[in-house]
Each structure stands twice: as structure tokens, then as C-alpha cells.
Design a protein around this ligand. Structure first.
Ligand code: FE2
Ligand code: FE2
Length: 134
């Protein structure tokens, strides 16, 4: 079971608006643990400039927000074990949620595309490494 630091979680999401925090609270504990690991990896990366870090932190916190309203089927979970495929339904759902919460268009696009292979957006490309390794 992944470890989850509830205090650190609340501290991390406190940069977001209340309604977004509330939505993120609907993630499963293991999903929150993943988001927190991605967030921490971004925070700890000494190579990032402050502007990139800011954008990556928001992306780290919000990229899987679509998982709060989509749940992969058992068949998909089994398929995922054998084929390295992502459930991109949560990307579409996440973009929809963020649009409803009037978030920045670039952020919405990155959430929508965060499982695309070889995205042209360099920051999204960088983000995928944190996401994949955490
Ligand atoms: Fe994802
Ligand atoms: Fe993720």
C-alpha cells in the first residue's frame, strides 16, 4: 500500500481554490498518494526555474482530477497489466471539470493531453516523466 501523508496533502492542495480542493478530496487514497509523489518530485527538482515549477505544480495537483468522476472497468484494469495503456477517459473528464472551474486554457489543454505520446508542449513532455516515475 502506498504511504500517504494527509498533512502534506492538505498543505499541497491549499494553493488551489476551495471548490477544486473539494473535488480533489474525492480521489482514492492511492490516487492522492500518486498526486502527492508527483507534486513532491516537481518541488524537489533543482533544475526547474520558478515559472516552470509553478506551472508543473498546478499540473501535478490537477492532472488526474478526472479520476474523481471516472472509474476504469475491471476489464480495463486487467488489460492495463498486460499492455501499457492509459485510461484517457479521466483526461477528458479532468479537462471538463477544470473548464467548469474556469481554469487557465493552457492548464486545461495539458490535463487533456497528459497521456499523449510525444506532445509538442515541452513542459507537458517534462511533466510526463514525473507522472510516469511516481
Ligand atoms: Fe493520468
Ligand atoms: Fe498521474
Amino acid at each position: 500500500m502506498p504511504t500517504f501523508d494527509g498533512h502534506r496533502w492538505h498543505e499541497a492542495i491549499s494553493v488551489l481554490d476551495g471548490p477544486l480542493q473539494k473535488q480533489l478530496e474525492l480521489l482514492k487514497k492511492s490516487e492522492k498518494a500518486h498526486v502527492l509523489r508527483v507534486y513532491q518530485a516537481v518541488c524537489d527538482d533543482p533544475a526547474l526555474d520558478s515559472c516552470s515549477r509553478h506551472d508543473l505544480i498546478l499540473l501535478a495537483l490537477l492532472h488526474d482530477i478526472g479520476k474523481t468522476i471516472t472509474r476504469p472497468s475491471l476489464l480495463f484494469k486487467i488489460t492495463k497489466v498486460f499492455f501499457n495503456c492509459a485510461n484517457t477517459e479521466h483526461c477528458v473528464a479532468g479537462a471538463r471539470i477544470l473548464r467548469r472551474h474556469r481554469q487557465n486554457a493552457t492548464l486545461i489543454k495539458r490535463v487533456l493531453r497528459h497521456h499523449d505520446s510525444n506532445p509538442a508542449d515541452l513542459l507537458l513532455c517534462a511533466f510526463q516523466k514525473y507522472d510516469d516515475h511516481n
